[in-house]
Design a protein around this ligand. Structure first.
Ligand code: FAD
Length: 425
């Protein structure tokens, strides 16, 4: 296998534009973010190379599906998934702030869709241009999986809202403070009805520099150290009503849409991570000889390689398919703002597929990194190889980020067996 076969994987299925997009990203990666820099940044802990975010933004890949009239590139969801895949290949930690912003496009895109002109001008366009950060803050100390179970509140005060509460395990808190920008924040705007706790939730776009936003020291995570994970306490944060996202009390539905978009891209980027791991490992096992043969000749190793490679290809087709379904939904319902309802696929039609890719793709990448470490022996255990960095990075998406594995399994069962089998009801 030539060194770049996996890098340029599956080109026969892509349009000419998509091939160019992939090539330009690969060139960018080789120039600006070689593997050695990814590893170094993960070892340093929260470095913030502003130039990197800016140069990636210049390619038009941050929030690519935002329509051109709103300052985006008007890309399709399939295009953005291809971008996420390629970012995962370039940065297998999925943690450098630049790569993170392209992969986490789902939230910025959804924020644009439910935000108004003020939000678009003040926060969305600057984030697309790489000048500001847009993040998501749903998780609270009381838990993350139960999105309807949080306690932060907003109370109406004339034309404003007063927000109080705490958000934890939020990606990019340090970067957001350095760059400026905003977080999508969910709060309660009424008590949680016992039979429907997802009701009475409202979403706001909260500026990082709003008075009363008190950021905490970032956590020392096991991995993904090139981007911070932190928290903040909101103490009487006054937010104008024009920073509200969509309708009052409907935040849960917008948040689920944000999760769907984010999960497609996490799935796609994890496929890219697996691709890079297998490529790096293939180079090694073809080169390294034991008992007179290259490691790649031994069935104990090549069969594992084939297994991982096959599952990676299946997941690639899966993210492509689900990205196309999501694109169709937005074509019918309005990509920039809501102009109608999706007709061909409902939200629950796509949710099952999205959960499958969000569950399986990061786990495959983690398994590939683990296997590759075994194939390399002692060399695989050294922290200047990609495998350890990748393993730690994708592990974040296995344990919780964008929803833990069990939550994805619940969605798949709910959409397949029926809602009466949801375990927490
Ligand atoms: C690196 C990193 C970055 C993150 N970035 C962000 C961010 O930017 N914004 C944000 O809002 N959040 C972020 N999160 C938090 C993430 O959303 C939560 O970790 C996730 O929602 C799970 O919540 P929890 O960690 O509180 O786990 P819990 O909800 O306490 O769940 C613990 C475990 O139990 C499982 N579980 C829960 N309920 C059930 C059930 N009914 N049946 C079976 N199993 C169940 C879960 O899958 C999980 O494995 C981040 C997390 C990490 C690790």
């Amino acid at each position: 296998m030539a060194e770049t076969d996996l890098a340029r994987d599956d080109e026969f299925e892509l349009t000419e534009e998509q091939k160019l997009l992939k090539e330009s990203l690969l060139d960018w990666g080789e120039r600006e973010l070689p593997l050695s820099r990814v590893i170094e940044m993960n070892q340093e802990g929260h470095p913030f190379p502003e130039d990197l975010v800016k140069s990636l933004a210049n390619l038009g890949v941050i929030m690519g599906p935002v329509p051109e009239e709103h300052g985006g590139s008007g890309l399709s969801w399939e295009d953005q998934a291809i971008i996420a895949d390629q970012i995962g290949y370039i940065d297998p930690s999925i943690a450098t702030a630049a790569g993170f912003m392209a992969v986490e496009t789902g939230w910025g895109y959804t924020l644009n869709r439910y935000g108004n002109e003020t939000i678009r001008e003040k926060f969305v366009k600057p984030a697309i241009n790489g000048d500001q950060f847009v993040g998501i803050a749903t998780t609270e100390p009381g838990g993350g999986s139960d999105v309807a179970g949080f306690e932060s509140t907003a109370e109406r005060d004339g034309d404003d809202w007063i927000l109080n509460g705490e958000k934890t395990f939020i990606s990019g808190t340090e970067e957001a403070q350095k760059m400026g920008g905003a977080f999508w924040v969910n709060v309660r705007t009424g008590p949680a009805p016992e039979d429907a706790p997802h009701k009475n939730m409202t979403s706001f776009c909260v500026p990082v520099d709003a008075d009363g936003m008190n950021f905490q020291e970032p956590y020392r995570d096991a991995g993904r150290m090139a981007i911070s994970t932190g928290g903040f306490i909101m103490e009487d944060v006054r937010i104008p009503d024009r920073f509200r996202l969509g309708e009052v009390d409907k935040g849960f539905y917008y948040t689920m849409e944000g999760f769907d978009n984010a999960r497609i891209l996490i799935g796609a980027s994890s496929v890219g991570v697996t691709r890079r791991i297998l490529e790096e490992a293939a180079d090694y096992i073809k080169e390294r000889e034991t008992f007179g043969n290259p490691l790649a000749k031994y069935e104990g190793i090549q069969f594992e390689f084939s297994d991982l490679y096959t599952r990676m290809k299946a997941l690639r087709l899966m993210y492509q398919q689900v990205a196309r379904m999501q694109e169709k939904r937005y074509e019918e319902a309005g990509k920039g703002e809501r102009t109608g309802s999706p007709k061909t696929y409902s939200a629950t039609d796509v949710a099952r597929w999205i959960s499958m890719i969000k569950w399986k793709a990061p786990h495959l990448a983690k398994e590939a990194a683990d296997k590759a470490m075994h194939w390399l022996g002692a060399a695989g255990y050294a922290d200047d190889y990609v495998f350890e960095t990748a393993w730690k990075g994708v592990m974040s998406y296995c344990v919780g980020a964008e929803g833990g594995a069990n939550i994805q399994k619940i969605v798949i069962a709910r959409e397949t067996l029926g809602p009466e089998y949801v375990p927490y009801k």
